[in-house]
Design a protein around this ligand. Structure first.
Ligand SMILES: [Zn+2]
Length: 263
């Protein structure tokens, strides 16, 4: 039996180390010391000891997460993360931290309901942006990945060219692939999944049923002013928003780790 808070946290940390390895979930550094980061904060009802709610985070990145959005404009380090072209998970997490900070801040029922719809849609947007930016920036830096997009994608299968045009086609190929990747709708997860699996040779992590459902809800929020096709107003509680925070953070950070290990 594990007794006492201290022992409990130590045991939890050990279990996380075993699950994820001794590295920061954002930047992947192996240089500790590491903090435990609660995806749903304890102050918002997150479970302190639940492994699903915990990731290992280097102290630099944990400071960044704690700083939140307000300091983003003044804190040089945070600003460098947000504007950095390659730290896509860091950018996702900064958005998620801002969302977490806003959950539960409105007292009136109407304001709370509206804010929750906005936050919910924003989480899905942040996930889409991660999926798009991570893929495009990785492909733009690696010719092998360009080739994998081309050779594994059904959208390119039917194209044929005259031999005389081969160099013209070749010279424009890279840009064409990047343009293609920019045109993908990144909440079309089945399609994005196929591209990721072909390009990085990895599998998408876990069960995505809850994220699929969230994408449909986001559609009603963004394109139907918060109402379903039947006219019913989408009703989201603080817990619904926080649960999506948890699901997307787990998904994006798991995926990020798989991509990091693959390239
Ligand atoms: Zn880190």
């Amino acid at each position: 039996m594990i007794k006492g808070r201290r022992t409990n946290l130590a045991a939890v940390k050990e279990a996380i180390l075993k699950r994820d390895g001794a590295k920061c979930f954002i930047c992947g550094t192996l240089n500790g010391p590491f903090d435990l980061h609660h995806i749903i904060p304890i102050s918002k009802g997150g479970d302190k000891f639940d492994l699903d709610n915990l990731v290992l985070c280097c102290q630099n990145d944990n400071r960044m997460l704690r700083a939140g959005l307000d300091e983003a404009l003044t804190n040089e380090y945070l600003f460098s993360i947000i504007s950095s072209s390659s730290n896509h998970l860091g950018q996702f997490m900064v958005t998620i931290e801002s969302v977490k900070g806003l959950v539960g801040t409105q007292n009136s029922q109407r304001a709370r309901a509206l804010l929750n719809r906005m936050l919910y849609a924003n989480i899905v947007s942040a996930m889409e942006t991660y999926l798009s930016d991570k893929l495009i920036s990785s492909v733009s830096r690696d010719d092998l990945l360009v080739r994998r997009v081309l050779e594994n994608n059904p959208d390119f299968k039917s194209k044929t060219y005259a031999l005389q045009d081969i160099f013209v086609v070749y010279e424009a190929l890279r840009q064409r692939i990047l343009d293609y990747l920019s045109s993908v709708i990144y909440h079309n997860l089945p399609k994005v999944q196929k591209i990721y699996e072909a390009v990085f040779g990895i599998e998408f992590p876990g069960d995505l049923a809850k994220i699929y459902k969230a994408i449909l809800i986001r559609h009603d929020i963004v394109h139907r002013n918060g109402r379903s096709a039947e006219g019913v107003l989408v009703d989201l509680t603080d817990d619904d928003v926080l649960e999506l925070v948890l699901e997307t953070t787990r998904f994006v950070s798991d995926l990020n780790r798989r991509v990091q290990e693959a390239v």
